[in-house]
Design a protein around this ligand. Structure first.
Ligand code: NAI
Ligand code: A1CAB
Length: 266
């Protein structure tokens, strides 16, 4: 197996670190190349044992998968690096938000099989949620699905579903982090030090996440379990429900989805 990452930034490193730490792919089977962060690439070579190369012919030779992990804006440059050496058997796996399969095939020049994937940075701790959309001619889908299961839960969607997945779970962690930031700031307002506010919020979120991973009850049931009649939670929830929280979240996701659509326009 030879997997080549064009791009060694946040997302690529979350994926290959997840794969290696889970033991699904050997570090020696992973090749990375980048443009801007060559020092970081060398650090991954030292810490994980992956191969680093800037020789495009060597990188593309006999590759099973090439992962397109640059920003969408850099895709044309990446395609120029790959096009002269791309072999027909190589499958292209795009992490890039909003770039359609048809454009990838066109710029790669050979109509290779393509899968668009939309993981999130929780791949680093093997807890990503991965949307996957395949081109019609993509064979042995199970191999890719299995590789991706090493760093998260997979949802196979049609390509038209990718904009929604990108908003919901690709960008999703950032939306949740933003809420945790506000939570920590509010704890400071209550009188906690900055350090304690961060520590309390972090552990609240970790503990809640662990509960969710172990208990099957609905969110509503878990919330109800905490809410004593005429107690503190009820008082807080009464205030919380005065705000249009769901509307805020729907609009947030809508903007992210629309940007994903926009990225696909050339
Ligand atoms: N960060 C996230 O949470 C997620 C990001 N994505 C997608 O992943 C992609 C990468 O995002 P990040 O990792 O956050 O960006 P990043 O800025 O951390 O990494 C981009 C990488 O692309 C490399 N690159 C740029 N031009 C190149 C070229 N011509 N040849 C080879 N490498 C080149 C850069 O050197 C860098 O290593 C984006 O397309 C984004 O839409 C998808 C899901 C989640
Ligand atoms: O912000 C972005 O465009 C990328 C896609 C999903 C998460 N990060």
């Amino acid at each position: 197996m030879k997997i080549v990452f064009f791009g060694a930034g946040n997302m690529a490193s979350a994926i290959f670190t997840g794969m290696i730490e889970k033991g699904t792919v050997k570090a020696e089977d992973i090749y990375i190349t980048s443009k801007s962060n060559r020092v970081a690439a060398m650090e991954f070579k030292e810490s994980l044992g992956v191969n680093v190369s800037y020789d495009d012919a060597e990188l593309c030779k006999d590759a099973d998968y090439i992962v397109l992990a640059s920003k969408p804006q850099n895709f044309t440059d990446v395609a120029e690096r790959i096009r002269p050496y791309l072999e027909k058997k190589t499958k292209l796996i795009s992490v890039m938000a909003g770039i359609h399969i048809a454009r990838i095939q066109e710029e790669a020049g050979m109509e290779n099989a393509v899968a668009r994937i939309m993981p999130n940075t929780n791949a680093m701790v093997q807890y990503s949620v991965n949307g996957i959309a395949f081109s019609d001619d993509f064979d042995n889908k199970d191999e890719l699905i299995e590789l991706m299961a090493s760093f998260g839960k997979n949802v196979v969607v049609g390509e038209e579903g990718m904009d929604n997945i990108t908003a919901a779970t690709g960008s999703g962690p950032a939306f949740l982090y933003y809420i945790y930031e506000q939570y920590a700031k509010s704890l400071e307002e209550l009188g906690f030090s900055k350090e304690d506010a961060e520590k309390l919020t972090r552990n609240l979120v970790i503990g809640t996440g662990k509960t969710l991973s172990e208990r099957p009850e609905s969110f509503e049931q878990l919330r109800t379990d905490i809410t004593s009649k005429a107690g503190t939670t009820e008082a807080g929830l009464d205030t919380l429900s005065e705000f249009k929280l769901q509307e805020m979240i729907s609009k947030t996701l809508g903007s992210a989805r629309d940007r994903s659509k926009k990225l696909s326009e050339r």
